[in-house]
Design a protein around this ligand. Structure first.
Ligand code: ADP
Ligand code: MG
Ligand code: ZN
Length: 474
């Protein structure tokens, strides 16, 4: 089967090989058609192919749900350019074209292979009969739900219309379902399974652990000159002293625009060209900075989190957090932009207790504002806090009270980045930082093998903490 799948991959998509073992395994599982399938792979890993190739090989039509017309249009255009019959029915489609598509779908052997629709369309009364008809005639080969995290209120991109998909599922008995997403902490995964009524799905999840990323934490306030420290880190990460031509580059994340400007200025002054990127710049300037960085003309981009979405650069040698990320999930995503090429890369946090208190305050303020607007509190409001606690609380039950946080900050030198459901912590020296991250996402404990400062030098990490604690009680 492997050879015929590979041949089809080449014939229809022009690829010599699967992108990864995981991609191949998913396709194999999907074409068996005997189980629902759940796929969680990072952006750019090639999730679309996981249903597109099976769709091409199947007898009937694959129904694809995707949240945005723009995303759908890209995919449909791409498939058409490969001569794969694909189209989309959406609210913007002229009536004439729509009639043509429906006619094809109603015919005894439709030509269409992939039909993309938005979740709003799913419930449309004009379209329902067509779907049920296809299903009764056995012409629906798969239901693929892309960006499946949109069903979850715990996710970052909840779309109420996705909740209608459960109903759709029930109306299409016997059609195997494939759910795909790039982000799925345990809670979101459970929501997806439940909402889409996946029945004991086969799960394919890219392991959280990335052995080429080295994590460490430096206490910013204990440094005589933090900028000089950062500068040394940049030089080392980019191997500038080794006279390396291997053009690596890096990202420094700051919370504020002023922070970006200051860090960029300081690094440049010290001798490495760095530019700021934030929402305060004109759109044109922002694009230019990003472009220069992509081309390697600017080695370091100093950015707010508005930078990074959809940026796919292979040779990012370091990601430094000058300020704390707002959650462990965000931290994982932001730091994960390092080392996409698989080569060793560094992820460093410059930790500061003041920073932690400030961020805690901001998150609570934001939640308060949302509640005020709504006039009520919601279960999911807690998600923001819990996710932040996962970064910075230092005991399993130290959840949700600002007093607690402040006290913990003072007591422990505010050193923790720990998961609420475990006693592991990312910043307290009780265990491996990779392990904490894996555990947060519900993955098994990885073999870090010295890819974090704790595993490399637990004593050193502990000493740093004790020193910080001593300083903060003075
Ligand atoms: P995702 O949805 O996981 O973010 P996409 O499906 O958009 O990723 O694919 C990302 C890119 O990878 C696309 O340009 C796609 O053509 C490419 N790609 C997918 N599979 C392969 C493969 N087997 N070999 C080479 N490129 C691939
Ligand atoms: Mg995708
Ligand atoms: Zn470790």
């Amino acid at each position: 089967m492997t050879t015929s799948l590979k041949a089809a991959l080449k014939t229809h998509f022009g690829f010599e090989n699967f992108r990864s073992k995981l991609q191949e395994d998913v396709v194999k599982a999907v074409v068996r058609r005997d189980r629902d399938v759940f796929v969680c792979m990072p952006t750019g890993a090639g999730k679309s192919l996981c249903y597109q190739l099976p769709a091409v090989l199947a007898e009937g039509i694959t129904l694809v749900i995707s949240p945005l017309i723009a995303l759908i249009q890209d995919q449909v255009d791409h498939l058409k350019s490969l001569n794969i019959p694909a189209c989309s029915i959406n609210s913007k489609l002229p009536a004439g074209e729509r009639r043509l598509i429906l006619a094809d779908l109603g015919s005894s052997s439709p030509k269409l292979k992939l039909l993309y629709i938005t979740p709003e369309m799913v419930a449309s009364p004009s379209f329902q009969p067509c779907l049920t008809d296809l299903c009764t005639r056995g012409l629906l080969s798969y239901l693929a739900v892309d960006e499946a995290h949109c069903v979850s209120q715990w996710g970052h991109d909840f779309r109420p219309d996705y909740l209608k998909l459960g109903g759709l599922r029930t109306r299409l008995p016997g059609v195997p379902c494939l759910a795909l997403t790039a982000t799925a902490p345990k809670k979101v995964q459970e929501d997806i399974s439940e909402s889409l009524k996946l029945s004991s799905p086969l799960s394919f999840v890219t392991p959280v652990f990335r052995s080429n990323l080295h994590y460490d934490v430096i206490f910013r306030e204990m440094l005589p000159n933090p900028y000089v420290h950062l500068y040394a880190f940049v030089r080392k990460s980019l191997a500038l002293d080794a006279g390396s031509n291997a053009q690596g580059c890096g990202i420094v994340y700051c919370r504020t625009r002023e922070g970006c400007e200051t860090v960029a200025y300081q690094l440049t002054k010290l001798g490495v060209l760095a530019k700021a990127y934030h929402a305060g710049l004109k759109a044109g300037d922002r694009t230019e900075v990003q472009h220069e960085w992509m081309q390697g003309k600017v080695l370091v981009i100093v950015a707010t989190i508005s930078f990074g979405m959809g940026v796919d650069k292979a040779n990012v040698r370091f990601v430094a957090h000058w300020n704390l990320a707002k959650s462990l999930a965000s931290y994982y995503q932001e730091s994960g932009r390092a080392g996409r090429d698989g080569l060793p890369s560094s992820c460093r946090t410059y930790y500061s207790p003041k920073d932690k208190e400030q961020l805690n305050f901001l998150i609570r303020q934001e939640i308060g504002r949302r509640q005020e607007k709504r006039g009520s509190a919601k279960e999911t409001d807690k998600a923001g806090i819990t996710d932040f606690e996962a970064m910075v609380s230092d005991s399993p039950r130290n959840v949700a009270s600002p007093e607690n946080l402040a006290a913990a900050a003072a007591a422990a030198g505010a050193a923790s980045l720990s998961c609420p459901d475990t006693s592991l912590s990312l910043h307290l020296p009780t265990s491996c930082r990779h392990a904490t991250i894996s555990k947060f996402f519900g993955d098994k404990t990885p073999n870090c093998a010295g890819a974090c400062d704790y595993c490399r030098n637990p004593k050193g990490v502990r000493a740093q903490l004790e020193k910080a604690a001593a300083l903060s009680t003075k």
